[in-house]
Each structure stands twice: as C-alpha cells, then as structure tokens.
Design a protein around this ligand. Sequence first.
Ligand SMILES: Nc1ncnc2c1ncn2[C@@H]1O[C@H](COP(=O)(O)OP(=O)(O)OP(=O)(O)O)[C@@H](O)[C@H]1O
Ligand SMILES: [Mg+2]
Length: 601
Amino acid sequence: MKPVTIKRLPEIIANKIAAGEVVERPVSVVKELLENAIDANSTRIRIDIEKGGTQLIRLSDNGIGMYRESAILALERHATSKIANDADLFAIKTLGFRGEALPSIAAISKMVMVTRPYESDIGTEIQVEGGRVLEVNDAGAPSGTYITVKDLFYNTPARKKYLKSIRTEIAHIIDYLSNVAVGFPSIHFKLFHNARSIKNWSQTNEIADRIADVMGDDLYKKLYPITFKNEFVSIDGYVASPETSRKSSSHVIFVNGRVVTDRFIHHAILEGYRGHLMKGQFPVVVLFMTVPFEDVDVNVHPAKQTVRFVNQGSIYQAIVISIQKGLAQTRRSSWKPIPEKNPQPIDNDHSNETNDPKQSIYDIPLHPTEVKPHMLKETISPIPYTHQQSLISDTSEKSAQHSDLHLNYRNLKIVGQFQKTYIICETDQALVLIDQHAAHERIVYERLNNALLSQKLPMQRLLLPETIELNYKQSLVFAEIIPELKKIGFEIEPFGQNTFIVQSIPDILTGKNIKPLIHEMAESLPDIKNTAPAQKAIDECLILTACHSAIRSGQTLSSKEIHELLNALEDCDHPSQCPHGRPTCIQWDCTLIEKKFKRIV
Ligand SMILES: Nc1ncnc2c1ncn2[C@@H]1O[C@H](COP(=O)(O)OP(=O)(O)OP(=O)(O)O)[C@@H](O)[C@H]1O
Ligand SMILES: [Mg+2]
C-alpha cells in the first residue's frame, strides 16, 4: 500500500466528530448550556424542554451576555474566554474551559443564540444549522443569553438511534439539574417540560433549604453540617441522619464547584456510613470539596464529570472521617415508623431461636469494660444488613416529626415489654419501642470493639474444646484469619485438613453454642476476603459475635434488666442502629398518635 495523502478536516466535520464526545444525549446539552450560564454569573436560569430534549432545549439566563464578535467567535472550536494559557489549564476555576461546547452542540442541531450584555442597547441573534452560521442579526432582547437547540442529532442519525424514551431523557435532565441546583442556591432555577413547570427552586441563602427543596422535604431538620480541613482537602457539606436514607444512590458531590460522579468518592461515602444503613439503602449526602487546583485533574473525561486527585488516599480518608463526624451528631435520632404496606421479614438475627427462659440479661456483661467509648474513632463498622426494610418516615407529616428529637435512653420511662421482644417506653412527647435484641447487639458490638482496640478482650478457655468441620474452600480462608481471630478472643487451632479446634472464646460468649457462630463466620469469610481487607473480616466476626451473644427476642426481661440495657445503650457511640444498620428504636410522637385517634385533624 502506498503512503496516503493526509488532509486537514474541514472545521464543520471536525466539530461534528468532537460533538460525539461532548454531546451524548440531551442532558449533555443541558449540562453544557447550564455550565455556561453559571460561568456567566447568572442568578436566574430557565430551561425549556420539549420531548425529552430531542425536539427542543432552550436555556435562558440573565448572565453577562456576549458582544457580537464574541458571540460569533464562541461558535468556533477552542474559542473560550475562560482560559488563556497553559498555566490556566492547571488552575481551572470555571466550569467550562475547553471552548468546545457551543461549536459541538451547533454542529449537530439547529441552534439559535440570542445574547445581549447589560450595557449594550441591542442584542445579537445568530442562527446556526449543522455548524454553519446562517444569519447574524440585531435582536431586541433582555440582557443575558438565550440558546435554543432544536432537532438534536438531526444530522447524526446513528447517535439519534441510541436515544432512549422521552421519559428517560427527561429523567436524566431532572437528575442533572437537581445535582447542580444543590450547589448553587443563589440561582433561581426553573425547568419546564412540554410547557409544563417541572421544577422551580427559588433563590435561598441557606444551602440546607435548597438541599431539602431538591432532595426531599423529609430532609428538613435532618441535615447535619460537616466540615473538615487538612492540607489536602477541605470538605463542607451535609449528611442526613440514616433514617432519611434512599433506595438508590443519593449524594451530590462537588469538587471545586463542579458536580462530579466519581466512584471513588461514592465508595468513601458508603464507607463513612458503614454500620448505619442496611444493605440496599443509600445515604443522603452533599459534599463540597475544595482541593488545590494543581492537585486535581478535571480534564480526565470529555464530560468533565470524573476527577483524579493527586492525594487519592488522603482524600478518601478525609471523606470517611468527615462523614463519620457528621453522623456522630445524628447518633440520638431514633426511627419514626411508617405504615408499611407489605411488611417484610426483618432480621435473621437469631432472635427467634429458642431461648432459655431462665437466662438473664446478666449472663452477658452489660457493665462497661474499663475502656471508654471513643467518639469518632475510626472504628471498623459493620457491613449493613442484607434485608431491605422500609422504615423511612412518612414525609408528608412534618408536624409529626419527632424523630430528630434526641433521645436520652437513660431517662426513658419504662412501660413494659411487648411480645418479649420490644421494650415499651415513653417520654413526655412520644411512645418509644426498643428492639431488645438490636439494642443489646449494638451494646455488645461496641464493647467488643473497644476491648479489641485496647487489646483487653477477656477470653475464656473451654473445658471441652469444640471441634469444627468446614468445607475445603471455607477452611482455606478460615486458616488465614486465625491469627486475627485471636485478637478478638477466639483461640483456634487447625487440626488437619478441614478440621479446627476452638480452645478459647471471648468470655462474652460463655455458655453459648459456639458451633453455629463459627460456621456463620466461615460462611461469610470468603465473600469478605474477596472484597475487603482483613479488618473488615474481623469486623464481620465481631458483628456475628455480638449477634450471637446478645439477648434474644422471646426473653422476658425484668425492669432492672431493662434499666441496665437502656443505660448501656445510652453509653454507646451509635445507639440508634444495631451493627447491621437496623434501628434499635422507633417512636411515635403524641401528635401522630392524636391524629390517628382523630383527636386532632
Ligand atoms: N450563557 C453564556 N453567557 C455568556 N457567555 C457565554 C455563554 N455561553 C457561552 N459563552 C461564551 O462562549 C464561550 C464558548 O462557550 P463554550 O461552552 O463553547 O466553551 P467554554 O465554556 O469556554 O468551555 P467548555 O467547552 O469546556 O464548555 C465561553 O468561553 C463564554 O465566553
Ligand atoms: Mg462551556
């Protein structure tokens, strides 16, 4: 084959190719126009969408606008007012910086741009089709910029084919706009779809108000501020108490003012919430991270939504710690019940195992060990529970929300026990139910954890060592974890092939049937080893130990025992959830009860 001739592509074709990267679907257009409007210091932004954005996207802003020459230039590739030199690229302070968005959008749509700077008497209207400027005219217009994008992908049929339903496309737009709106409360956002108002978020000075406006009314008064700063990052934002969790991922992350969707940050947030949510529940978190410009690369992907940090590990830790700090403020929130439509089985927490009715709560040491609970220590929290449970509050009844009342478990007035499973208590304002197993599980778990940290976990040597048979796969992993298990009080020796002998156990388990516990540990270990470091494996073993040693449901408790339990719960760092993330406590406030009885309407 002979050498071929290389030709420079005409700008219009080059723009069309670039558009393929910048504009994937209607939401990409919304994103780019929105970023431009924010960069232009707008305080009011209105977005009109027709047919999910496939037919029309119009964004109107009251920002600085453009003079005619700039407006024409803005449609050319790599024309930007936002960076001027190499150094700027490494200190990007605006949302846009490439000078690619407008020419890309214009290349694959029919675009009309009307713009007028405040100081100018007359505005400019530019009509573009498939990247070709058709007309430039004077236009009478309010100050700001109005960009209408019609017939997106009309000249790129392959891309058009990949568009999903109108509902999906508008859902993407709403999601994106919601995320951005959270970070810019001083901007009034309006969204219309097919001429119907979909969103309208007025200006506010309170970021928490905007978060609740956008992410759900149930968040009012349930958001706790977080703030953290070290040499690598400063983090501000809000965490919501675990009871306001969602069924799908629900956090908004800003890095240097830019919304990002980053798996690494997502992971750090979940790590911060570990032990507070059950599996399948997601926290509500808003993070504003500020990282020195030279330590973060936002130019990783054409969509500018992924970031790369120089100090990745330190930033991960910072997120985890700030979330944990934030959650420490929510520790007294109890759960508010909702009428469940389809009650689901909640727990496989052994609480229904047959119990020895004579066994007393005193069989399990409730008195604190000499170790003091540490607030905000980096405890290895548990892995959330596998069952989904819908205890999220009925958000419509704001007046009845007492779940943000911070309970003092020690001061609860005990009424009695219900079904030998729940402790009934009251406060001046509420009826409170405590799940005795979940509560005790939390107590034991924190005790074990504290004892582990102080390396003072009391052990009990078994008079008759217990022999355990595991399967081949389990025994491989189990053998590895034996030295770690010793730290939490299990002295176990391999006894050839798949057999192990348990010589000692944590004394908290004295009198308990040890075999099922070890089997459960062994069963859960392979999963853990595949996904997590040894620390997590140990944590899971601690949770299982707590679960097996905690008092069961079906066990009658004397009032002295209940007092003891409540006192110990009060001393916990995180009393409102069991180590699996299940609530230990739910409450009905008086107003809610009076409403149910129609005493008040
Ligand atoms: N709504 C607007 N108000 C005022 N100026 C605007 C507006 N939209 C675009 N501009 C101007 O047009 C220029 C080009 O916009 P474009 O979005 O193509 O590139 P950019 O924002 O600089 O970078 P990026 O491609 O990363 O978005 C901007 O730099 C800005 O000066
Ligand atoms: Mg831009």
